[in-house]
Design a protein around this ligand. Structure first.
Ligand code: SAM
Length: 287
């Protein structure tokens, strides 16, 4: 059974950012988020930036347990005062970026603080061996567009999308928040791919290839990967996978990246594999 007392020793390391406090005031949107994340009675769900509980309490009606993460002490007090007999809500008063993610499958339903959108997504997605299953998030619409853009020219976003499907579901009007944000908002869903092209345990090696290959996304494939594949190798692989070797490398699909990566592991001597930047390994330790 979850405890529902705030963990005071886990005090926030980030100062409160009031510009991020746009509370949802539309129950229908909360329900849509819960439906989109396919939450059921066995799920553990994180509400990141729980505020005063607009999402937390409806979630707790359905999910097995809800972890409400909020760094504003005032909001935490309000949340705690509303919990009453709800034993399946646990409040963590802390900076979400310092949270240890659950070591069992979990989902996320949240109206996140826009000011730390990329760090939050990084926390959830940089290491695909974490147990995140699905997320339904309200984010800034510009961020949702960047994360779902095609072609994928950003290596970090490419790595996320190797293991997770992203969908910009729809825009959300500013009138559904109090106070209304100045930027546009949207619902973004993220769900773990059932059959990723690359096994998750190869993620660090894959990211090294993606970072190396996408240094100049407009470069033709053959030139961008010249340090990894010899020209005859790339010609053969391009024929095998139906890729134009002169197309910009930034136009490769996730599946084509997966094919090239696995071909590298299988056919290329390891001294030609792109070096793993030091910070990739540090990333992993931070999980
Ligand atoms: C957009 S509001 C959403 C509030 C509530 N979920 C809702 O929909 O009404 C984002 C919330 O995240 C909280 N927040 C901001 N930065 C945070 C951080 N680093 N860690 C945890 N919570 C944070 C804010 O205090 C705020 O309550």
């Amino acid at each position: 059974m979850s405890k529902n007392v705030p963990k005071r020793h886990e005090k926030s390391k980030v100062s409160t950012n009031f510009s991020s406090q746009h509370l949802l005031i539309n129950d229908r949107i909360v329900q849509d988020l819960i439906d989109l994340a396919k939450i059921n009675s066995t799920d553990t769900v994180l509400d990141i930036g729980a505020g005063t509980g607009a999402i937390t309490f409806p979630l707790a009606e359905i999910a097995a347990s809800v972890l409400a993460i909020e760094n504003d002490p005032g909001f935490v007090r309000k949340l705690a005062s509303k919990i009453q007999d709800k034993t399946n809500i646990r409040i963590h008063q802390m900076d979400v970026l310092q949270l240890n993610l659950p070591r069992k499958p979990f989902s996320v339903v949240a109206n996140i603080p826009y000011s730390i959108t990329t760090p939050i997504l990084g926390k959830l997605l940089d290491v695909p061996t974490v147990h995140l299953q699905r997320a339904a998030l309200i984010v800034e619409k510009g961020a949702a567009k960047r994360f779902t853009a095609v072609p994928i020219t950003n290596p970090r976003i490419l790595a996320w999308r190797m293991w997770f499907d992203f969908k910009l579901v729809r825009s959300v009007s500013s009138s559904h928040f109090s106070p209304p944000p100045r930027v546009e908002s949207a619902i973004l869903t993220v769900s773990r791919k059932k059959k990723p092209a690359v096994p998750p345990h190869h993620h660090i090696r894959f990211k090294a290839l993606a970072a190396n290959g996408l240094r100049l996304p407009q470069l033709p494939l053959v030139a961008a990967l010249v340090e990894v594949f010899t020209p005859p190798q790339i010609a053969k692989l391009a024929r095998m996978f139906g890729i134009d070797r002169n197309q910009p490398i930034g136009h490769l699909t996730e599946e084509q990246w997966g094919q090239l990566f696995l071909a590298m592991l299988q056919h290329v001597e390891s001294y030609r594999w792109p070096k793993i930047p030091k910070n990739f390994r540090t990333h992993k330790k931070k999980r």
